[in-house]
Design a protein around this ligand. Structure first.
Ligand code: F3S
Length: 420
């Protein structure tokens, strides 16, 4: 890596130990990927915000001790818990202090306490072509694919280093030539009623992630008027079943207004199809619940938006969640304030729905909640629920999730793609 005089000075410790360590990590990363130099980024989103083990906490605290401060606007992914309503969330006192220490470390580094995994909806929102360094797989896929900002899939702790220096090695998806679509995926035999159903998008995203892995795919057939929240569910699922950093949704992705634009003059190496049959199979695959018993409903993975709450409250108002079921929604503090000010929160609470901010439902405190099975409108959550937490799960539309919550048993209405 070629370093500028300023960077050489940082390397020699002229800007303190935190900057020296951060630069040496970034420099090693650049060497590993064959980058020749560092480049500026305008903002960073830190994913290393969940307390899971002491190592992550100690790294953040060490950076603080060494004088680390963020050099560019920096937002934060969720904590593991609701940092304000931790009591209602059942966080044991013995682990609370570690979450709070991590919060203190990031605030000390002057990061912006957004605590959300949908920073593209409520955070420091990037624009088309902006060079950024984001952690959190769903946010990375959304930033690259829907906004057309440019980021690699930055790993935990690497994101802190990028925030402290305000630069990253110039490689990967920061460069136009590496954003070319290598494969083409086409939707086949989908009717307009199938594509008008919001619940299909996380399933399509899951399929795309499986097919693409870490390759950049172009996908044709998504209607241009698809809702932004459907694209959120799509990207989250794609980045959970595959290592998707960028996929070109032709007609939607700014760099892929036509297929030719994202192929950059070459031909796709592979051409694949997604059919309604594959969607049906994916829906079944995402169901590990053995019978129809469910005692947890999870929504807000990624964090719910105002539009999603507006839909949810219509479904819940005047009804009551079954006594055997816990219904959780996760969001950020901005949306929480909005639903509180608009009477949505009180209607949801009256219906038995619990709304949390800051946290990630995948990290729920198992000591306090002995769930048997969950239902969710997030294909990402359904995918990770059993593999990461050992909790059986089923995927369904938000309408099915609400109907299930009211009955205390899995309910699924026929979807347009469920008929053969
Ligand atoms: Fe967000 Fe946790 Fe889901 S970070 S995307 S709520 S797994």
């Amino acid at each position: 890596m070629r370093l500028t005089d300023e960077e050489k000075g940082i390397f020699d410790g002229k800007q303190g130990e935190a900057a020296r360590i951060a630069l040496s990590v970034l420099s090693d990363l650049g060497d590993l990927f064959g980058a020749e130099e560092l480049m500026r980024v305008s903002q960073v989103h830190i994913d290393a915000t969940l307390y899971m083990v002491d190592a992550g906490l100690e790294f953040a605290e060490k950076m603080v001790d060494w004088g680390g401060k963020v050099a560019v606007p920096t937002s934060l992914n969720p904590s593991a818990i609701d940092l304000q309503r931790w009591k209602a969330y059942g966080v044991p006192a013995e682990t609370l202090s570690k979450h709070k220490r991590l919060e203190a470390a990031y605030l000390n580094m002057r990061a912006t306490p957004t605590w959300t995994c949908a920073p593209y909806q409520h955070g420091i929102i990037p624009r088309f072509g902006e060079q950024i360094a984001w952690g959190e797989s769903n946010a990375i896929a959304f930033a690259n694919s829907i906004i057309g900002a440019r980021t690699n899939r930055y790993a935990d702790l690497m994101d802190i280093c990028a925030a402290i220096i305000g630069k990253v090695p110039k490689f990967g998806l920061h460069l136009a030539e590496n954003r070319k679509a290598e494969m083409l995926i086409q939707l086949k035999d989908f009717s307009s009623s199938m594509l008008a159903d919001d619940a299909i998008y996380p399933l399509l995203g899951y399929l795309l992630g499986e097919m693409a892995g870490d390759r950049t795919a172009a996908l044709t057939g998504i209607p241009p008027d698809v809702k932004i929240d459907s694209l959120k569910g799509f990207c989250a699922a794609a980045a959970s079943s595959g290592a998707v950093g960028l996929c070109h949704l032709v007609g939607i992705t700014p760099e892929a207004q036509t297929l030719g634009m994202c192929l950059q003059g070459s031909k796709p190496q592979t051409i694949l199809e997604i059919t309604p049959q594959a969607v049906r199979e994916t829906e079944e695959k995402l169901r590990t619940v053995k019978n129809d018993g469910v005692d947890l409903i999870v929504t807000g993975c990624p964090h719910y938006s105002t539009a999603e709450f507006a839909r949810l409250v219509q479904l819940v108002k005047g009804k009551k969640v079954h006594s055997s079921v816990v219904f959780w929604v996760f969001t950020n503090r901005t949306v929480y304030a909005w639903i509180k000010n608009n009477g949505i929160l009180s209607d949801l609470i009256a219906g038995g729905v619990m709304v949390f901010t800051d946290g990630c439902p995948l990290q729920y405190p198992r000591e306090s909640w002995q769930f048997k099975a969950a239902m969710t409108d997030s294909a990402k959550f359904a995918n990770y629920c059993f593999s990461q937490r050992g909790l059986d799960a089923a995927y369904g539309s938000i309408e099915d999730c609400v109907a299930t919550a009211m009955r205390g048993k899995i309910y699924r209405k026929d979807s347009p793609w469920s008929k053969k």
